[in-house]
Structures are given as C-alpha cells and as structure tokens.
Ligand binder design. Structure first.
Ligand SMILES: Nc1nc2c(c(=O)[nH]1)N[C@H]1C(S)=C(S)[C@@H](COP(=O)(O)OP(=O)(O)OC[C@H]3O[C@@H](n4cnc5c(=O)[nH]c(N)nc54)[C@H](O)[C@@H]3O)O[C@H]1N2
Ligand SMILES: Nc1nc2c(c(=O)[nH]1)N[C@H]1C(S)=C(S)[C@@H](COP(=O)(O)OP(=O)(O)OC[C@H]3O[C@@H](n4cnc5c(=O)[nH]c(N)nc54)[C@H](O)[C@@H]3O)O[C@H]1N2
Ligand SMILES: [Mo]
Length: 808
C-alpha cells in the first residue's frame, strides 16, 4: 500500500487521512488521554486491532550504511512493530529499500533493559562498572574540568577521539567540531575497516578512492566474476544495497562466479560456479601463481602494461618526475618467473601447499581469467584485515592489471564493488583541528603507553615528525572500539584500567557496553527513533519523522555538546545560531545544490520520504578516463601510471625503523607472517587459524542486546567436521577457544562451510570475562593481537592462531 502520508487503517482496510485521525482523536479525547487509559478500556474503544495504528517513516542507521526505510507502526504512542518500504513499483533502479532483520528489530534495541538512562560518574575502580547517577550539570561541569585540566597540562594532542560506527558519522560531526573549537585533538589516520586496502590503493592507483572500484551494476556486462573475501550477502544485505545489485547483475549476464574465501558465504550460497577455500592470509601467493600461469601462457596484456603501468618489466625512468630507471631483475615479471632476487618461480605447485588450493584449480582459475572478455575482480575487506593486509590488497590489484582490461565495461580494478558508499547529505563542517599530528587508527592504544616516543619513522605518525605527549584522555562518541572492537581485550582492558596512564575516559552511548564500563563520565544518548535527520541512500530520500520523545534523562547529543561548548565559551561558534532541525535544513539545502533531483526542503518535510531513481544501465566502471587518455588523466602515483614497483616503498623499507620481522616491499609480494599458516612454531600449540567476519545479526557490536537477533543468528564458532572429529567435539556443544592472549567460551557449529584448519566467528559479541578470566561473551577480540601491520600500522584482526577444546 502506498503510504507516504500519515495514514491510519480503519476496519475495512481503507485509509483514514491524518485529518480524519485528528477528528477521531478529538472524539475520543486527546492523544494523551488515549495513552493514559487502562488497557481494557482501550480494547473497548479500539473495535478493530488496526484502528489506532499510525505509520511513520524513519530509517535504520546501522553501519552497513544502507539506511533502509523503516515504517514504524505505533498504536497509542507505543511502537507495535516495524515494517519496511512498501512504496512504489519496486523496479530495479527505483526499488524498495527494504530493511533486513536488524532494522526490523530496532525497537528491541531502543527498549533494551541495559539502556543508559542518566548521566553517570564512575565510583568503583575503572572498568568495574560501578557508577552513580549525577545531574547533567554535574556531568558537563566534570567533563569541562577534566578536558581543561588535560589541555592545560599536556596540550590538546593528549586527547584522542574518533566517532565510532554506531551510526553513520557524517551527521554527527558536531563532536569533532566541538573538540576543534577548544583547540583540537589527536585524530586517527585511517580506520578499522579499510586502512590496509586504502593504503594499497594509494600506492598502486595514487588515491585511496580506488579502494572502491566498479559498482556491481557492471556485472551485467561481465562474463566472469571473481570475488576475494567479498560477502555482500552479509555486509550489504539490505533491499537497496549491493547484494541486490549483485543478483540483478548476475541475472542479466549469467557471468560465471568464483568465490575465494575460507568460508562458503551466503554470497555463494548456490549462486556461485566455484568456491575456492583459501587459507587466511595467503591470497597474495595465490595471485602470484595465477600471474605465473598468465605470464607463461601468454595471457598477459603486455601493451597495457607498457602504456599504463610502471614496474612490470624493466623501465627507462623519467627524469621529469625524478624516477630512476628500473632493472629488469627488480620488476614484477622477473619476480614471478623466479628471475629476481629470490630465484623462486611462483608456480601453482609452489603456491598450492601454502594457500591450500590444489594446483589444478589454480591453473583452472588462471586460464578462466585469461580467457574472460570482461573479468570483474573484486575484494572485500576481510582479506586486508590481516597481518600483511596491504600486501594482499596490492597483490589482488595485480590480476586486473596483468589482464589489462581495467577501464572497460564490465570490469573492475580489483577494489571493492560498492554502488553507494554513503549518504549524499553534506556533513556538518568540523572546522580546523589545531593538532596536526595523526596517529594510525589502530595505534591509539599504544599512544597511551608510549605516545611521547612515537615518530613518523618508527610508528607511522602522520602530519608531524612525532607526538609531543602520551594520550591522556579517550573521548569516545558512539563507539565500542575502545575495547570490544579493538584487539587483545584482556591486555587492552589492563591499559584502560590504569589511571596513571589514561586520566579521563569519556563515553556517550545508548547502552552499557563493554567499553562503556570503562568510562569515568558516561552519558546517555537518545537512540535513532528519538532523533530526526535527513538521509539519502540509493533509492530514497527521507526526513525521518518524530517517533519517540527522548527516553529517561537522555538528551539530544547536539544539545549536550552545545552545553559543553558553552562551558568553554564557544557556544555561538559551535551552533552558529542553528538548532538541530535548522542544521538539517541548512545542510540539505547545501546538498541540493549538487543534486538536481532533490526537491525543496518543504516538499520533503511534507512527503517524509521520496523515491529517487538511478539508471542501472549507466556505466559505473572505474578508471575509464585514465584508460581513454592516460596522459591527460594521470594517476596521482609516482609515475602517473599504475604503480606496480614503488620507489617510495623501497625508500620506506630502507628508512623506516620496522619492528623485528616486519617487511615493506617495493613489489606487491606475498609475505608469510606471524600467526599465519606459515608460522610453524606457534601452530604447534595453536593449530587452527581463526578469522572473524561480519554477522547478519549485528552491525559490529551494535544490536547485540537484541534477543530476537541472538536467537535467529546464533553466535557459534564455525568448525569443519574434520577438525571437530579429531577433537571429539559434538554439534552445538560449548568449547573453549584459546591462545596466549585469552580464552573465550562459545558453542560450536560443525559445518563444511568452513575449510579444515580454519575456524570462524562473527565479530562484535560483547566481551564479558568471568572471575577466572574466561570471556563468556565469546568476543573474538579476546583472541586477536595488538601488533599492527608494517606499512599502514593497521589492525590485523583476521590473523590469529588458536586451539579449541571442550569447555570444562
Ligand atoms: N576482530 C575483529 N574486530 C573488528 C572487526 C573485525 O572484522 N574483526 N571489524 C572492525 C571494523 S570494520 C569496524 S568499523 C569496527 C567497529 O567498531 P565501532 O565503530 O566501535 O562500532 P560498534 O561496535 O558497532 O559500536 C558502536 C557503538 O555505538 C553505539 N551507538 C549506536 N547508535 C548510537 C547513537 O545514536 N548514539 C550514541 N551515542 N551511541 C550509539 C552502539 O550502542 C555501540 O556501542 O570494529 C572493528 N573490529
Ligand atoms: N551485517 C553486517 N554488515 C556490515 C557490517 C556488520 O558489522 N554487519 N559492518 C560494515 C562495515 S563497518 C564494514 S568495514 C564492512 C566490511 O566488510 P568486510 O570486511 O568485507 O567483511 P568481513 O565479513 O569481515 O570479511 C569479508 C569476507 O572475507 C573473508 N576472509 C577473511 N579473511 C580472508 C582471507 O585471508 N582471504 C580471503 N580470500 N577471504 C578472507 C571472510 O570469511 C568474509 O567472508 O561491512 C559493513 N557491513
Ligand atoms: Mo568497518
């Protein structure tokens, strides 16, 4: 039923207009009167169960970023259920933004019993979770006192802050805006999501924007899809997002699909032609073996490599750009053929024992790629969230580069296949950060312990030679990255608990998460249904409606930060005299200047949600201009071409002071790392590789407190029948998964959907150590390691070795 106005269903299923409803409520008294009637008298008034139902438009702000439409059905001021987009004719390109299980259970998150209700101050030891209720004034005075003290003593650089991914960050930029107005803060370089592939894209294609390649609408023009660790059926699973585009594209082209992943994902799920189970962290060696076949069987596009790329074979150099000549033995071709430094030909026979894919399959895959007319090669971000993740991402880029079809319809550059990477509404401007230094995202915790020693050359500090002090304050809005989503929870918790190191921890969230327990001041935020904003994603533009008043003592965060700004004397610069609603209107009108299809704000206000369309047939393949005219459209790399051999990386490898065992290489090459399959020593005690993945039941740790979701998507350790058998484990039983860093207790799911030697666990369950130190919440990060990657200094959370035993 079309329903873009407020309508009520009457007994016969036809609609009452809003005016009718107002008249009806006038007859019955007022809305407030209805809400106060005892239940049985409401039943007497409500003849049909649909009478009294009101539908309002809102959307899901979960961090898959699909922003699906939610139709919130309320009755007498209570949320009854959540439905979703049922508007329009649902044709591809203007299709419905139908919510998944997370969006449809949003009310359960909203009303979860662990909601933060009042401002609180820690009373027990830090991390114990003991708090006392205080007033908003007391809380904000304390935040003001603490921040001023830290700034006075150590400078603004001692405050580390980032907005977490509780919901899209853009609209909430008033947090860094406030911090910038009081002098700034230490911000992260990169993030937990894609820091390695972003870095790889920068070195290969010149900019991190090439992390995103062609959109899946291009699959309609492809004859071969090859996905490395890419699972849109989980990560972009909603109605208006890429799992739908993937299916539509595949249907149009019937392209052969090969999925390379240690687990048989739902993206495969019978729609694939071939699943190749690969050992985690070994994609680069698989690529090298494919490259060996492509080179030796003449599938390589030599003309493309000469014209568009640098470093495949010998190079003359470029005086103008200051690029020295390159000897043949240093190039990629020589490396693959074993004619470079290591003398090892990268044959399928050589690679098979490392990556676990039989050599015949590698030949098969290489030839399929070589013969494809329009190969669409993409990677998700699972492969790069590993100890040598930058190398893996760079290696995967090599396949489309060697085939030389980049910049043509139906192909991709080896990056990720997102159609839409976020909302088109302009974020609130954040102003200028007085602190220039940035710390690699994953290293913020290290900066608590040894910030004053951290330099550009030793720790990848960006924007300054070194940090001037340790991090003394963590200022976290809508995140659980301080503990749950970081690594090695046990070690991290110890550092957080030490008040001589971190002097102040600020957290503002909706629920009592594992990170929230470590706050000194803990503020209760309103949830999504208590908030309004303009959202644009894919096929809809929505001004979310008012659903709930702020619950308990929760306050709108824009107002909270305004009151904090007041205490620092910067309220006016913070708000520029605008209320939250006025900012929404202002930012929307600014965005409209770039989007001809956005109607005036008043129209949106009246209609609440508007269907926008896009043309699925419009070309969305990447690097088209570069291919058409590489001289006029050079890449921002050293050579202006696709950079296979990087002199800059060669330079880093000589000048950076790297920890023992870390390597940076000029070519994209496979690197055996700690706790990979190649780590034979550690494998003696911990023979299983553990990977995490994005569960359908949560965006990260958010929604974990929704019992419906826990019931539908069980958080169990995936283990292969062979590994279960050698350990004498039974389906569903509780196990301990452990390594030197910790122990988690979880049930197991014995399934051939994960390869032998590997176990898999959905990330984001809540770290809950018992008094013996066993994490009964089963959080994967109890087992992950704090050591960053060599180049980006990023999170290696997919690289872990563990053992599994029956829980005692
Ligand atoms: N082992 C392992 N670890 C990982 C990953 C992995 O794959 N494996 N993935 C990494 C990735 S990609 C990411 S992006 C990070 C994510 O880590 P985070 O960015 O920390 O995301 P969440 O864990 O979802 O935590 C978001 C928090 O925001 C809160 N929140 C939601 N809405 C609101 C709101 O309106 N107001 C306020 N104040 N709070 C709100 C939620 O309650 C929740 O506590 O995790 C990383 N950690
Ligand atoms: N449902 C849901 N959707 C989400 C999120 C969520 O938490 N839940 N989070 C959102 C966010 S913030 C992000 S950053 C994106 C990211 O999403 P991704 O990082 O792409 O998602 P993951 O599930 O961590 O990893 C993708 C796949 O990589 C595989 N994999 C792991 N290691 C390897 C390897 O070494 N080689 C290969 N070939 N495959 C490997 C995993 O088995 C998994 O199937 O997802 C977004 N979407
Ligand atoms: Mo992420």
């Amino acid at each position: 039923m079309a329903n873009n106005e407020n309508k009520l269903l009457n007994k016969t299923g036809t609609c009452l207009s809003r005016r009718d409803f107002l008249q009806l409520s006038a007859c019955l008294g007022s809305g407030a009167f209805l809400a106060t009637l005892p239940l049985n008298s409401i039943a007497a008034l409500v003849i049909n169960e649909h009478v009294g139902e009101v539908a309002k438009w809102h959307n899901c702000w979960a961090h898959c970023l699909s922003s699906c439409l939610l139709k919130i059905i309320t009755e007498n001021g209570q949320i009854k259920r959540i439905e979703t987009d049922d508007l329009g004719d649902d044709v591809f390109g203007r299709h419905q933004a139908r919510a998944c299980l997370r969006g449809r259970s949003l009310h359960k998150r909203t009303f979860a019993p662990d909601r933060l209700k009042y401002p609180m101050k820690r009373v027990g030891k830090r991390g114990e979770g003991k708090f006392k209720r205080i007033s908003w004034d007391e809380a904000l005075d304390e935040v003001h006192r603490q921040l001023s003290g830290i700034i006075g003593k150590y400078g603004n650089q001692a405050i580390f802050s980032r907005i977490g991914f509780g919901k899209p960050d853009g609209p909430y930029h008033f947090v860094p805006r406030f911090l910038n107005l009081i002098g700034g803060f230490l911000s992260p370089e990169g993030n937990y999501s894609s820091h390695q592939i972003d870095t790889a894209s920068k070195f290969t294609y010149g900019e991190s924007k090439y992390t995103f390649g062609s959109a899946p609408t291009e699959l309609a023009h492809s004859d071969l899809i090859v996905y490395f660790g890419n699972n849109p059926a989980n990560t972009r699973m909603s109605g208006a997002n890429d799992t739908y585009h993937y299916q539509q594209g595949k249907q149009a082209s019937s392209a052969r699909t090969i999925i390379i992943d240690p687990q048989y994902t739902d993206t495969a799920c019978g729609r694939e032609d071939l699943w190749l189970a690969i050992r985690p962290g070994s994609d680069a060696i698989l690529v090298e073996a494919i490259a060996w076949v492509l080179i030796t069987e003449n599938y390589v596009n030599e003309a493309f490599l000469k014209q568009y790329c640098y470093g495949y074979d010998e190079e003359l150099g470029d005086v103008e750009r200051g690029i020295p000549p390159l000897e043949r033995s240093l190039g990629y071709k020589a490396y693959i053929l074993g004619e470079g430094g290591d003398g090892q030909p990268k044959t399928p026979e050589y690679a098979a024992s490392v990556c676990g894919i039989p050599q015949e399959q590698i030949y098969h895959l290489a030839r399929a790629l070589g013969q494809a007319k329009a190969p669409f090669i993409a990677q998700g971000w699972g492969p790069q969230r590993h100890a040598a993740g930058e190398q893996t991402a760079r290696a995967i880029f090599m396949l489309p580069i060697l085939l030389g079809k980049i910049g043509l319809p139906g192909t991709n550059n080896g990056g990720s296949d997102f159609s839409f990477s976020g909302s088109d509404i302009m974020p609130m401007p954040i102003g200028k950060n007085g602190v220039q230094a940035k710390v690699p995202c994953f290293k913020w915790l290290e900066a608590v312990e040894r910030g004053h020693e951290m330099t550009a050359l030793t720790d990848g500090i960006v924007g300054a030679e070194r940090l001037t002090s340790d991090v003394k304050c963590v200022f976290m809005y809508q995140g659980n990255w301080m503990l749950n989503q970081h690594s090695d929870c046990n070690a991290t918790a110890k550092i957080l608990a030490d008040e001589s190191k971190l002097e102040f921890i600020f957290v503002m969230d909706n629920h009592m998460t594992s990170s929230a327990k470590f706050a000194d001041i803990l503020l209760p935020d309103i949830t999504w249904l208590e908030n309004t904003r303009v959202v644009r994603f894919a096929t809809h533009l929505t001004l979310t409606e008012h659903i709930l008043d702020p619950m308990y003592e929760c306050r709108h965060p824009y107002l909270v930060f305004a009151d904090l700004a007041e205490r620092f004397g910067v309220r006016e610069s913070y708000s520029e005299g605008r209320s939250w609603d006025e900012w929404q209107k202002f930012l929307y009108e600014e965005s409209r200047k770039k989007h001809a299809d956005f109607p005036p704000f008043e129209v949106l206000q009246q209609q609440k949600t508007i269907r926008l369309s896009f043309d699925p047939k419009e070309p969305r393949y990447v690097m088209r201009e570069f291919r058409e005219d590489p001289l006029a459209n050079p890449l921002k790399t050293e050579s202006g071409k696709i950079q296979i051999y990087s002199h800059r990386l060669a330079h880093f490898s000589n000048t950076w002071q790297l920890p023992e065992g870390d390597r940076i290489t000029a070519l994209p090459q496979y690197q055996p790392t700690w706790e990979s399959y190649a780590d034979i020593e550690v494998r003696k005690d911990y023979p299983l590789q553990l990977i995490g993945f994005k569960s359908k039941g949560r965006p990260h740790s958010t929604f974990h407190n929704v019992p419906w979701l826990r019931e539908v998507i069980q958080d169990a350790l995936m283990i292969n029948p062979l590994d279960a058998k050698t350990r004498n484990l039974q389906q569903g039983q509780l196990v301990h998964v452990y390594n030197d860093r910790g122990v988690i207790r979880v049930p197991i799911r014995i399934t051939p959907r994960i390869m032998p030697g590997v176990v898999g666990l959905g990330e984001g369950t809540w770290y809950t150590p018992d008094d013996k130190g066993v994490d009964t919440g089963g959080c994967i990060n109890t087992l992950t390691r704090l050591k960053p990657t060599a180049l980006a200094k990023a999170n290696p959370q997919g690289t872990n070795l563990v053992e599994v035993i029956s829980a005692p």
